[in-house]
Structure formats: C-alpha cells, structure tokens
Design a protein around this ligand. Structure first.
Ligand SMILES: Nc1ncnc2c1ncn2[C@@H]1O[C@H](COP(=O)(O)OP(=O)(O)OP(=O)(O)O)[C@@H](O)[C@H]1O
Ligand SMILES: [Mg+2]
Length: 304
C-alpha cells in the first residue's frame, strides 16, 4: 500500500505544470506536490503516475516517494484563483502526492560542449530511463519538457502521468502492444543512452509478479467503472497483462538511433580540436575550457 496522509494546508499552485499541481502540507509533517483527480488530465494521469513511478523505483531509478493524500477542499479555501478552486473542489478524497524535493531544479538538457550538463548522467542510467519510457510509451520526457529534476547532484524522475497511453482506449490497447514510439527528442538522447544494456538488465525484471505488486498500489476508486470491464480486478489484470507482454516483446519496440558513447566522445573530441584550431596562435597552447577542462591552464607562462 502507498502511505496515506491527510492534507492540512494548501500552500500554492505550481503553475509550471499543465495540470496545476499544488504544494500541500500534510499530517505527517511532510510537504508534497499533489496531482488532483479533478484536474483536466483526469484520474488516468494519476494511475500512470503510480504504475510507472513505482515500476521505475523497483527498477532502480530515482523517484520521489509517492503517497495518497486525503484532500478536503476546505483546506484551500483561501486560494484566490477561481479556475484552481474549480479543480480543488472537484478533488475531494484521495489524490496523488509526490514528496516535494526542496532545492531541486528542473533538468536542462544541455550537453557537454554546450555549457556542460547540470549533472553527470552516464549512458547506463540514460539507457534505463529511455528504456522505461519506451516500455510505458511515455513521450513526455523530451528536451523541451524533460520532467526530470536534479536534486543533491542526481537525476530524479517526476511526472510519469503521460505514460500508459494505451489505457486511454482499452479497445485499441492490443494493437499498440509492440508499438515503437519516437523517442529521438528524449531529454537524455544526447547522453548516449545504452538502451540494449538497459533492455538486457531490466526486461527480465518486469515480471507479472512485479507488475501485480505495482498495479495493486492504485486506489480502487480510480479504476472503478472503466468501460469494457466488469470489475476493478479485471482492469488491474489488463495492466499487468499488457505491460508483461510488452516487456517480453521488447525486441520489437527497442528505441534505436541514439549516438553511442564512443560516437559522442569522438564528436566531442573533434569539436574540441576544431575550436583549438580556430584560435589565434598566441592561444593555441592554452587548454580548451569550453568543454570539460582537462587540466588547469598554466598562466605563469603569460607573466613576464
Ligand atoms: N517532487 C517535486 N519537488 C519539487 N518540485 C517539483 C516536484 N514535482 C514537480 N515539481 C515542479 O513542478 C513542475 C510541474 O510538475 P509536473 O511536471 O509534475 O506537473 P504537470 O502538471 O504534470 O506538468 P506537465 O505540464 O509536464 O504535464 C516541475 O517542472 C517542477 O518544477
Ligand atoms: Mg511536467
């Protein structure tokens, strides 16, 4: 079960998010980013947050803790924006909370040689994130909207609500079972994601047992009355079946076309050499500081 907490105070809306999540204080003395059932994205986005987020955590990726937040709109009575009030009033009951990461920054996909990355992401980690997004059909971790944060010098996955596209139309889910998604614009595409290594390591872990454990965390009421199903258990089983079959068939949808780490190193070395060659003669012997500095420049040589 996900931990259940009760909202005590609505602090403010996060307007950067399309669903306008709120920062909320709760009775466990925590602060959470809350995604509301009454937002336009609806409860399917919250189901995806739980299933994709908890699956990611079990596959070794960093995801802030998820909880269920019991929300009484009365705690946000002072929120002045009428549109936000509409969302909050429609969200009485259980909503999804993600632990608020104080001091975290939104990841920016700058690459080495272009201002330097905010955080070291190795090809193995980039590969695992890309693999998860391909498995869950999440195209919402792009260069322009990375839905990744950097906290304590490490990468954290937030906002997994756009995954599981198939659950928006169950009648067509089977046809998309082995669908390949275009992830060429992925936020980590420039980090040499080693997708085959991630596949070898992660695909065998995505078993029906693991998926059952993750899908069981979704509250009953978010899954109720799904057209085409006669019970909530049937809906849970459909998620397990779909994701297990997709993991087994990964050869069909594995994203490719990313530069390999070796190609990235070569491109960066060529760029550095070109920059060095373009410098005036008097600067030729000073190390290139544009990319990652390899050694401190010896300024003593310039002092007469
Ligand atoms: N756990 C967190 N800790 C700190 N800040 C967060 C956290 N979750 C989200 N944020 C901040 O709020 C912003 C919006 O969050 P998020 O992307 O989850 O919302 P959304 O409504 O799903 O957005 P989108 O427009 O991508 O659909 C993030 O870009 C980030 O700056
Ligand atoms: Mg987002």
């Amino acid at each position: 079960m996900l931990t259940e907490v009760t909202a005590l105070r609505y602090l403010n809306p996060l307007r950067a998010g399309g669903s306008v999540p709120g920062i909320v204080e709760t009775d466990d003395l925590g602060t959470y980013v809350v995604k509301f059932t009454g937002a336009a994205q609806g409860r399917k986005a919250l189901i995806a947050e739980v299933i994709v987020g908890e699956l990611a955590r079990r596959l070794g990726l960093r995801v802030p803790e998820l909880v269920l937040v019991d929300f009484d709109p009365a705690v946000a009575a002072e929120e002045p924006d009428p549109e936000i009030q509409d969302i909050l009033r429609a969200s009485s009951g259980r909503n999804l909370g993600m632990d608020y990461l104080p001091g975290a920054r939104d990841f920016k996909a700058t690459t080495p040689g272009n201002g330097g990355p905010m955080v070291d992401v190795d090809p193995a980690e980039a590969g695992r994130v890309v693999w998860l997004d391909a498995l869950t059909g999440n195209v919402d971790r792009s260069v322009h909207n990375p839905n990744l944060m950097v906290w304590h010098g490490r990468l954290w996955l937030i906002d997994n609500g756009a995954g599981l596209i198939f659950h928006h139309r169950w009648s067509g889910a089977h046809a998309s079972l082995l669908k390949r998604y275009d992830l060429s614009n992925h936020a980590l595409a420039a980090f040499g994601p080693d997708v085959p290594a991630a596949d070898a390591r992660l695909a065998p872990l995505v078993t029906e047992d693991l998926l059952r454990e993750v899908v069981a965390l979704v509250p009953e009421e978010w899954l109720a009355e799904e057209p085409g199903f006669s019970s909530v258990d049937e809906v849970r089983a459909a998620y397990v079946h779909h994701l297990a079959a997709r993991a087994r068939g990964s050869a069909a949808w594995l994203p490719d076309g990313f530069a390999t780490p070796e190609q990235l190193r070569r491109t960066e070395a060529e760029r550095a050499a070109a920059r060095q060659a373009g410098r005036p003669a008097w600067l030729q012997h000073v190390p290139d500081l544009h990319g990652k500095p390899t050694a401190a420049p010896d300024w003593s040589r310039h002092i007469d």
